[in-house]
Design a protein around this ligand. Structure first.
Ligand code: NAP
Length: 322
């Protein structure tokens, strides 16, 4: 047992715990699905040297102010919008995350949502279970064609590229909008850069994959939904805060767009009584983008490696670059 205290805010795979055990005394919140309450975390972190966290914890200034001994924060996620990076940096706390290892799994989920929303899969499954299915109907549960359609990707990073590769297999015409244009991707994959307005106006499917930040907060709202085609299918696998959910609800309800597939929400967990969930053209899942067994195990190990490096005072292997 080492001299350090490590706080782990969720029950995680044993292999990653074993790795960290050698370097400190672990406090492990015993739940997998119930987040560690903020006040409890604040209490536990007071004398801690390392924090193993995830997207469900708010690591804000107030929390960090109560942790004077903290050397490292390691999040089991690629996104770090839940962490006050500016203050962590000011305090000399290293922050690690888990990029790349989840690219393909998250791209799979984005494409799953795209197909499920486009072809009304969840609605169709409900149709059978609710005994609504009377006979084959010429226009029953008709959806949007995916093969050959135009896909607009907003935020062409590691996961965006994975979505683009899948789309090319479906003969989709892939356009993208990104903070910086990426000529090498255009060359490699034959995708086209497009200004945001044009992407919104011309795409049949739109996948949002920009990170959550002050800059991207509500980057898709009333004005952007109004630009989209009435037949557009909108997918968000990035962060819920990137989308104005009230505007999304109105756009779906009033037929400004055709359907949405959502993995992330402004408030997580989203309440089951949220108006968005009452709409038949919403396909919603609970932030499971990277949730394959293999990928989650790899993420857990990567986060443990970051944490151990931070405790040892070494450079984190996967340090947040923001
Ligand atoms: P990434 O490689 O950093 O890609 C993000 C891309 O977004 C970059 O190309 C970046 O452009 C672009 N971007 C940043 N700000 C932008 C803006 N204001 N407008 C347009 N483009 C902007 O990240 P990633 O690994 O692909 O992950 C993307 C995000 O997905 C993460 O930040 C996370 O929030 C989310 N995510 C969700 C799940 C899930 O379970 N649902 C899983 C993994 C990740 P530049 O290169 O020019 O900076």
């Amino acid at each position: 047992m080492g001299e350090y205290k490590i706080v782990v805010t969720r029950k995680i795979p044993d292999e990653s715990l074993d790795m960290m055990k050698k370097y400190g005394e672990l406090y492990i919140w015993p739940e997998e699905e119930i987040a560690m309450p903020y006040e409890r975390l604040k209490e536990e972190i007071r004398n801690a040297h390392a924090l193993y966290t995830n997207v469900g914890d708010k690591i804000d200034r107030e929390l960090l102010e109560s942790a004077p001994h903290l050397k490292v924060i390691s999040t089991m996620a690629v996104g770090f919008d839940n962490i006050d990076m500016e203050y962590a940096r000011e305090q000399g706390v290293a922050v690690g995350h888990t990029p790349s290892v989840l690219n393909e799994t998250t791209a799979d989920l984005a494409f799953t949502l795209l197909m499920a929303a486009g072809r009304r899969i969840v609605e169709g499954a409900g149709y059978i279970k609710e005994e609504k299915w009377k006979s084959w109907g010429p226009m029953l549960l008709t959806g949007q064609d995916i093969y050959g359609a135009r896909l607009g990707i907003i935020g062409m990073g590691r996961i965006g590229e994975g979505v683009a590769r899948r789309a090319l297999g479906f003969n989709m015409d892939v356009v993208y909008y990104n903070r910086n244009q990426k000529p090498h991707i255009e060359e490699e994959m034959g995708v086209t850069y497009c200004e945001l307005t044009e992407l919104l106006q011309t795409s049949d499917f739109i996948v949002l994959l920009a990170p959550g930040s002050e800059e991207t907060r509500h980057m898709i709202g009333t004005e952007q939904f109004q630009l989209m085609k009435e037949s557009a299918v909108f997918i968000n696998v990035s962060r819920g805060t990137n989308v104005d959910e009230q505007a999304l609800y109105k756009a779906l309800k009033e037929g400004e767009i055709w359907a949405a597939g959502l993995d992330v929400f402004e408030e997580e967990p989203i309440s089951a009584s949220h108006p968005l969930l009452s709409l038949p053209n919403v396909t919603a899942v609970p932030h499971i983008g990277s949730a394959s067994i293999a990928t989650r195990k790899k993420m857990a190990m990567m986060a443990a490696e970051n944490l151990v490096a931070g405790i040892k005072g070494e450079k984190l292997p996967f340090e947040v670059q923001a």
